[in-house]
Design a protein around this ligand. Structure first.
Ligand code: ADP
Length: 196
């Protein structure tokens, strides 16, 4: 039973690391960004509502995002644990997550933060723009996403640090090396906090 979050700035490789971590800890990865993108491309009601926010690099409103996560966290496949990627990003979302988990009788075990400097993140975004052509990977939109991360999501990260459940890892370097570092850091943290 492991309930994890992964938090990192845009371009930090959060999505890639989330997949590796989820496999290692044997829990499903839930990415709000992926859920939104998939709804946008299928043109569902949620997708139509979310599209303009994604394209502008803005946060989808908390009300919409919270409802989506509340629903998803009730699913059976997540009862034995999960890795949330991309949520929470705002202080109200973090409060909502606490309340969702409390109502399910659980709480977070650890929060993994990937750290990387802005200049490196922007370079990676340029590479990703060529490979994947994501509509929010343009210089202007990317800078806005980064700004939101450094301001609003920073507060979320500080909150978890204050609770003593934050595990921070240097997100620069080889993806494989970062995965190894992240797994070791989270395992050590869980072993210590569970008194093993
Ligand atoms: P990145 O971390 O590279 O910005 P994500 O896939 O995590 O990419 O998110 C892409 C976009 O999806 C965000 O810019 C935002 O518009 C939307 N989104 C994802 N998660 C959230 C969230 N928790 N709250 C609000 N908007 C979100």
């Amino acid at each position: 039973m492991t309930r994890l979050l992964i938090i990192g700035p845009p371009g930090s490789g959060k999505g890639t690391q989330a997949e590796h971590l989820a496999r290692h800890f044997n829990v499903p990865a839930v990415s709000t960004g992926d859920i939104f993108r998939s709804n946008v491309s299928r043109e569902t009601v949620l997708g139509v509502q979310a599209a303009e926010y994604l394209d502008g690099g803005r946060f989808v409103p908390d009300q919409l995002t919270n409802a989506l996560v509340r629903d998803r966290l009730q699913d059976r496949d997540l009862q034995a644990g999960f890795l949330l990627d991309g949520y929470p990003r705002t202080v109200p979302q973090a409060a909502e997550l606490d309340s969702i988990l409390a109502s399910l009788g659980t709480a977070l075990d650890a929060v993994l933060e990937l750290r990387a400097p802005d200049a490196e993140l922007e370079q990676r975004m340029h590479r990703r723009a060529q490979d994947q052509g994501r509509s929010d990977d343009t210089v202007e939109v990317f800078r806005h996403r980064l700004k939101l991360y450094r301001t609003q999501t920073h507060e979320v990260v500080s909150g978890y640090a204050g609770r003593g459940i934050l595990v921070s890892v240097d997100g620069t370097g080889e993806p494989g090396a970062i995965t190894a570092l992240a797994i070791t850091a989270v395992e050590n943290f869980l072993a210590t906090s569970r008194g093993a």
